[in-house]
Design a binder for this molecule. Structure first.
Ligand SMILES: NC(=O)c1ccc[n+]([C@@H]2O[C@H](COP(=O)([O-])OP(=O)(O)OC[C@H]3O[C@@H](n4cnc5c(N)ncnc54)[C@H](OP(=O)(O)O)[C@@H]3O)[C@@H](O)[C@H]2O)c1
Length: 270
């Protein structure tokens, strides 16, 4: 698995990690054991970055359980997500406990109360409990504010949506991240599954074989990661086997313009 520096912070991450929205919002022993095995599979493939949030129900708790006994192998990315200061304190306390006492990458979720939340995350970083601070948003209507957060000089990376059907970040945010030396975490590489609804025929993917791509999800992951401004992609899954498939997209060679155009055409055709 290729690893890249998260912008000028120098903190290294694998190019393929894993999200936990919905997929890890589970209860009960059987579901928690499956989650633990998915994490095990991701770790075995070198995809050792896990993104979560207090917004995702049980996900932080289930991820914490899955990392029991092997927390040192993982990079935990979570978020704080509330306009309320007291609630933010409770979230920080709970997130740190679930993540076994430290959070490598701590983000302000959807920019909620971001100046105040960054104050808190900076203090955690000063205390040595956090390595890099970031901010996320999924909605292009908020990208101007996200750009302002990036320009504030207070964050080391951003998390934004990027897939062939959601390319708004190419206009301002990716160039700005490059200019400022910020890392970029790609959320929704499969558009929450929407880009996976119709798979191209195997023959249509044949030109991507020399790039180590055998499946449509791998083509989509490699499409995003072949833009050198992108640092790490975080597909979510609830099923065993998929992290092995997804992690295989984290190896060079990377696509050139022709291969990216092919994937775009296949994803956007009606
Ligand atoms: N505002 C924010 O900060 C924000 C917003 C959105 C997302 N995020 C983060 O980004 C992560 C990823 O986004 P997402 O979960 O919304 O969507 P996504 O990763 O684009 O898509 C997830 C879907 O892809 C399917 N999938 C994964 N690997 C597959 C494979 N190899 N073959 C077939 N299907 C596959 C999963 O189904 P199965 O379960 O069946 O595998 C799941 O339904 C989230 O989990 C979260 O951590 C952050």
């Amino acid at each position: 698995m290729e690893r890249r520096a998260l912008g000028s912070s120098g903190f290294e991450v694998p190019v393929v990690g894993m999200g936990t929205s919905r997929t890890f919002d589970v209860r009960g022993r059987a579901a928690e054991v499956t989650s633990r095995r998915i994490v095990e599979e991701a770790l075995a493939e070198g995809a050792n970055l896990f993104d979560s949030s207090p917004m995702y129900g049980e996900a932080e708790r289930v991820l914490g359980l899955a990392l029991d006994g092997r927390r040192d192998q993982a990079i935990v990315a979570t978020k704080v997500w509330t306009p309320d200061d007291d609630q933010a304190e409770r979230q920080v306390k709970a997130s740190l406990a679930y993540a076994h006492g430290r959070v490598e990458l701590y983000q302000v979720h959807n920019l909620v109360a971001w100046p105040a939340r960054l104050d808190r995350l900076e203090r955690l970083r000063d205390e040595g409990l956090v390595d890099v601070i970031g901010a996320t948003h999924y909605d292009p209507a908020a990208f101007e504010e996200l750009a302002a957060t990036m320009r504030s000089g207070r964050i080391g990376f951003v998390q934004v949506p990027y897939n062939p059907l959601e390319r708004e970040v190419e206009r301002v945010l990716l160039p700005l991240a490059e200019e400022l030396g910020l890392g970029v975490m790609l959320m929704r590489p499969f558009g929450r599954g929407s880009v996976l609804r119709r798979w191209p025929a195997p023959a249509e993917l044949a030109p991507l074989e020399p790039f180590g791509v055998a499946t449509w999800p791998q083509a989509l992951l490699k499409w995003g990661l072949s833009d050198p401004r992108c640092t790490v992609s975080i597909p979510a899954t609830s099923r065993l086997g998929r992290m092995t498939e997804n992690a295989a997209a984290g190896e060079p060679p990377w696509f050139g313009p022709d291969e990216r155009d092919l994937v775009t055409r296949l994803a956007t055709r009606s």
